[in-house]
Design a protein around this ligand. Structure first.
Ligand code: DAH
Length: 337
């Protein structure tokens, strides 16, 4: 047998093996090119038949043809085999786990508001609510803001009608609650509030939690104790608070409550502008003038109130620098909480 015949036989054997073993389309294609391509092994060997002495050509030519035919057939078979495997893979596999729908969760603000209310509920408060569209009477007058008084300017109100506005704070719920309940009153009122204000720490719609306690013998020490308990529970167990004199028409005396800076712990840093303290909420002893509006006896009861900015509290707790993150609805942000 001529050397060429031997080469044809072994190339055919190798080609058939390569075709049979190919499990990926690219492996199969490589085998096709290696053996049947323009410069493939079998193609070259077939071409070499023409270089043999004439008497050897017929036998070698026939062997080459048989080999080419067999390898082409094996290639077709392999193509069909891979195509079948592909469709089987795409077909329904009932053993796979089901596809889950993405499930949303409560917005950070809702979560923080719930958390704040729960802390106060553990301290004996109950939760009440009031309307977002409020009358001038509840938003201002009964809270001791005299008509046309400059203290109303602090509020940046959004009016929706004559004497009707989007409430600028949750404090009107104090009046509505006292109208409906006799002391003792221990309530918190969470909700949306609105002002003409828009920058990186202010949004025209924001959230507050109002607190009101009216009972016998309530003093400023109770205010400080309750708010200190809140701060340690909401931020961290060693969070200190301090009271700073302030002014609100509906409290006397009034105090701004600061917490020790959540970033530096009080040493002074960029966040607290070197002071070591961060403003958290407004508070004070309920001005007895309010009791006249609701029929409480100022000689029998006293109380304190506070108003906490939920957005601000959330920003401090989670280190957010821009309030807009809370309202843009970007899932990459929201899904972190
Ligand atoms: N209502 C005030 C505001 O939005 C916050 C506030 C201050 C509420 C003192 C209170 C309080 O209940 O006692 O600016």
């Amino acid at each position: 047998m001529s050397a060429l015949l031997e080469k044809i036989a072994s190339s055919q054997k190798a080609a058939l093996e390569a075709m049979a073993q190919a499990n990926q389309a690219q492996d199969l294609e490589k085998a096709r090119v290696d053996f049947l391509g323009a410069k493939g092994q079998l193609t070259e060997l077939t071409r070499a038949v023409g270089t043999l002495p004439p008497e050897e050509r017929p036998q070698a030519g026939q062997a080459a043809n048989v080999a080419l035919k067999a390898v082409k057939a094996a290639h077709q078979e392999a193509v069909a085999r891979l195509a079948k495997a592909q469709t089987q893979k795409a077909a329904l596999d009932v053993t796979l786990p089901g596809r889950r729908r993405p499930i949303g969760h409560q917005h950070l603000i809702g979560r923080v508001m719930t958390e704040i209310c729960e802390i106060f509920e553990r301290l004996g408060f109950s939760v009440v609510e009031g309307p977002e569209v409020e009358t001038d009477y509840y938003n201002f007058e009964a809270l001791n803001f005299p008509a046309d008084h400059p203290s109303r300017d602090m509020q940046e109100s959004l009016f929706v009608g004559d004497k009707l506005l989007l409430r600028t704070h949750t404090s009107p719920v104090q009046i509505r609650t006292m109208e409906q309940r006799k002391p003792p009153v221990w309530v918190v009122a969470p909700g949306k509030t609105y002002r003409r204000d828009d920058d990186i720490t202010h949004s025209p719609m924001f959230h507050q939690v109002e607190g009101l306690v009216v009972d016998e013998g309530v003093t400023m020490a109770d205010l400080k104790g309750v708010l200190s308990a809140f701060a340690t529970s909401f931020f961290s167990p060693d969070t200190a608070i301090r009271l700073r004199p302030s002014f609100f028409p509906f409290t006397e005396p009034s105090a701004e409550v600061d917490i020790a800076c959540v970033l530096c712990g009080g040493k002074g840093c960029r966040l607290c502008k070197g002071s070591g303290w961060l403003e958290l909420l407004g508070s004070g002893m309920v001005d007895p003038a309010l009791y006249n509006f609701v029929g409480y006896d100022p000689k029998k009861v006293s109380g304190f109130a506070f108003g906490l900015g939920v957005d601000r509290a959330a920003m401090l707790k989670y280190g957010l620098s821009n309030i807009r993150h809370l309202y843009e609805g970007d899932l990459r942000f929201l899904e972190q909480f």
